[in-house]
Design a protein around this ligand. Structure first.
Ligand code: IVH
Length: 704
């Protein structure tokens, strides 16, 4: 036996530091070789189990010797990152979500707005009520995934993630029998097929029965079960779970697939994908609504969960014209089935304090199953809501749960109100810090005035800071944050980064061992560099959600520019405020919340402190750097255009990489002026900004 062989077999605990370093080097090379055989050449040499054993050994050695983790370690590579979850994949085209409709009226209104949007095109120009052909598909209740094929071979599979960046679950998706490894027939050289990973109800029940027998926790519903099964670090586990896949959309393709959505689905079927058999092409929306009624009636017989019907405009030419709003296409809508309801007893009402101080009442319920999930808490929104419904502790209530939405109390069953109940008295002091809780005129929320002294707000801010869409620090859950805060270990966001460098306070702490400390250090270090969009979101500014944060990041590009602009915007009559306020999607009240946040010296200190603790904020990648003459330019569109509606022109400009603003300022690059323009055109002339007439604009936008 050579020395090398001997090392290879030694228990991890027995390795010396030199042996461990050599072994990690060997494992990095060996795993990379097998990754190549498996992913690129489709010709694995070793079994999945043997491959996993290599990964596990690598991980175990790294856990024992965190200082030896190599730059090229398999645990850092996309494809498999044990201990830290999966590698990240930036989607070539974003993975979108859908707008929801809850009634036939919502759907009709949606299609009316599509006709309105396209009213300058035939057939809508001649007949504003012309029918629109759509494809109606069941909305599968699973999780979406994207499958990338190059030259007909499956090379990369990812989850949706935040729509822009997902997780690399290639090895896991490869184990699904509905995912072809090679495509049948002729396919574009690059092809991304998207669809839903799901589990049938029977398979879900059988899996749960087996888990129960083995003393393992059971899944709440088929969807959680599918998600849990796909996101396994060990693909062998995924392989043992009966997951399936329906194809219904696509991402990047190197060649046009068809002229209609229906045509694309037919080609997908021919390539070997499962396309849902309940999919129908409908000549007009009435027919599609009938599909919704029909599927609603037959929902229970399908064998898998669906939560509505998706309608997609069939013509891809129309789809292209319609484009997208922030995160959803303008050419599709999900018509949801009514939410499932259940009856239960309200045991109590507790008050939660959010990161902005808002007091939210929460219903504590007798646990009840609704829509396949056991619910014991529901939101009561705010004090007006409690008063309006006259919800009292002890009442029988109707509870509702729709999809991912937080369960809600719909109504009180007054006939069944027990004797002696009292109307709920909403607290006027913060339950966490005792400060006054006040309601500003015009606001629905009562807010704690404790600000920086309120522990609940501080903990919620930190939780938000590390949450998935913000800094996404794995392994730093709610409980840890609350406990670290209480013990003074983490009081401000920068403390998290300092703790990673100086973990002394964790040593000897209950529940923290060498490995878990090393894992936390690694998770924190991995997030020291962050995109400006996530950074802005992480700050937890009132009203600034993910989409708005992204918008701001794209507009200001760097943290320095953003920060300087927000500080300068304190003067509402100045240019900085005007610029902020004129970003499409930023309203005046949001602009004020931003200004207020940056006017608070403590918040600026928090940012400085983060930078001092080693956080690096990077400029966000523009969504798709389009090579167009108006990319990166700021455009204002005013007056009535002949060939496209203003809404369409705006969408087109954004698709070409321009920023569209609502009002003219010195920063405006072009003003597109249609018929009967107003003051915006005058202002543009005054400021000497380039004015385009419709023909010039169409030429720039690539229309002739
Ligand atoms: S299309 C470009 N079609 O619903 C539009 N989505 O609420 C992309 N879903 O994230 C989505 N069945 O996970 C589409 N037939 C279907 C679907 C479907 C289920 C899911 C999907 C998506 C979510 C949006």
């Amino acid at each position: 036996m050579t020395n090398d062989d001997a090392t290879r077999r030694r228990a991890v605990e027995d390795l010396t530091i030199e042996e461990a370093a050599a072994e990690l080097e060997r494992l990095a090379g060996e795993i990379a070789y097998h990754d190549q055989r498996y992913h690129q050449e489709d010709a694995p040499e070793i079994s999945d189990a043997a491959y996993d054993a290599l990964q596990r050994r690598n991980k175990a050695i790294e856990a024992r010797f965190p200082d030896l983790v190599r730059e090229d370690s398999p645990s850092r590579r996309v494809g498999a990152a044990p201990g830290q979850g999966f590698g990240k994949v930036r989607h070539a085209r974003p993975m979108l979500s859908l707008e929801n409709a809850f009634s036939d009226e919502d759907v009709i209104a949606f299609f009316t707005s599509i006709r309105q949007f396209l009213r300058k095109d035939e057939p809508f120009k001649s007949d504003p009520d012309a029918p629109i052909a759509v494809v109606a598909e069941p909305k599968i209740d699973g999780l979406s995934a994207t499958l990338r094929y190059e030259d007909g071979r499956f090379v990369l599979g990812a989850t949706r993630g935040d729509g822009e960046v997902g997780e690399d679950v290639t090895a896991n998706l490869r184990t699904l029998k509905d995912v072809p490894h090679r495509l049948a027939g002729d396919a574009p050289a690059v092809l991304e097929v998207r669809g839903e990973v799901y589990m049938t109800r029977d398979d879900f029940l059988a899996l749960n029965a087996a888990r129960q027998a083995a003393g393992e926790p059971v899944f709440a519903n088929p969807r959680n079960s599918a998600a849990g099964s796909l996101r396994q670090l060990d693909p062998a586990v995924t392989a043992s779970r009966p997951l399936r896949f329906f194809a219904y959309a696509w991402g990047e393709t190197s060649a046009r697939i068809a002229d209609s959505h229906w045509g694309v689905l037919e080609r997908m079927r021919a390539w070997g994908f499962q396309v849902n058999p309940e999919t129908h092409r409908c000549a007009a929306i009435e027919e599609a609504l009938e599909r919704h009624r029909d599927l609603g009636r037959r929902r229970a017989e399908l064998g898998y969960d669906i939560d509505g019907v998706v309608y997609k405009v069939d013509s891809l030419a129309f789809q292209e014209r319609l484009g997208f709003v922030t995160r959803a296409p303008r050419w599709a809508i999900a018509h949801k089935f009514p939410a499932e309801q259940a009856e239960t007893t309200l045991r109590g009402i507790t008050i939660q304090v959010g990161r902005t101080g808002a007091l939210t009442p929460v219903a504590e319920l007798e646990p009840v199953t609704v829509g396949g999930v056991v619910v014991s808490r529901a939101t009561l929104h705010n004090e007006d809501e409690i008063q309006r419904k006259d919800v009292r502790v002890g009442d029988r209530v109707v509870l509702q749960r729709a999809g991912d939405v937080i369960p809600q109390i719909v109504s009180v069953i007054l006939d069944r109100r027990p004797e002696g109940t009292q109307p709920f008295a909403f607290p006027t002091v913060c339950p966490a810090c005792g400060s006054h809780a006040v309601r500003e005129p015009g606001e629905v929320a009562r807010r704690c005035t404790g600000g920086l002294i309120c522990p609940a707000q501080a903990v919620e801010r930190l939780r938000h800071f590390v949450s998935r869409d913000a800094f996404d620090i794995e392994g730093l859950g709610e409980k840890h944050i609350a406990a670290f805060w209480a013990d003074g270990i983490v009081r401000s966001p920068a403390d998290i980064f300092r703790l990673a460098e100086e973990p002394a306070p964790l040593v000897g702490r209950e529940g923290w061992k060498e490995t878990s400390i090393a894992n936390l250090q690694r998770a924190v270090r991995a997030r020291r560099t962050i995109g400006l969009d996530r950074f802005i979101y992480a700050l937890g500014i009132r009203q600034i959600g993910e989409a708005t944060a992204r918008l701001l990041a794209r507009n200001y590009e760097t943290l320095e520019a953003f920060r300087a602009a927000m500080v300068a915007a304190a003067d509402e009559t100045g240019e900085a405020f005007h610029d902020l306020d004129s970003i499409t999607g930023i309203g005046t009240s949001m602009a004020r919340d931003l200004v207020q946040f940056f006017a608070e010296p403590h918040n600026l200190e928090v940012i400085d402190d983060l930078l001092a603790a080693g956080v690096r904020v990077t400029a966000v990648e523009a969504p798709q750097r389009v090579a167009s003459p108006i990319a990166g330019k700021t455009v204002v569109i005013t007056g009535e255009l002949e060939r496209m509606t203003r809404r369409e022109a705006k969408a087109r400009a954004e698709a070409l990489g321009a920023k569209v603003a609502e009002s003219v300022s010195k920063k405006t690059d072009f003003v597109v002026v249609g018929a009967s323009p107003g003051s915006k055109a005058t202002k543009a002339r005054e400021l000497g900004i380039r004015i385009l007439d419709e023909a010039e604009w169409l030429a720039l936008a690539g229309e002739n």
